[in-house]
Design a protein around this ligand. Sequence first.
Ligand code: ZN
Length: 94
Amino acid sequence: MSRGRHEQRVLETVGTPREVLERHGIPVRGKKARCPFHDDRHPSLNLYTNSRGCFRWCCYAGCGRGDALTLEARLSSRPIRDVLAAGPVEKVKP
Ligand SMILES: [Zn+2]
């Protein structure tokens, strides 16, 4: 299965969930991070790739799951359509 057009647009607009987290100053270790949506003492937020090769995040504590777009929207308190309308974000500088 290849990635769909929506997934491609998400990648081009906000990048991967890992890039979104790092841009918001949330460190990712391996495939885990401390969830920014609840008081997380142990990393509950998991990054994974689904069966279609799409990048996803999931909080084991129940904050939700989704793609990089939903993550960016929640972290920046913007509607998804605003994130898409804003266009490609600057990539994290190495
Ligand atoms: Zn959470």
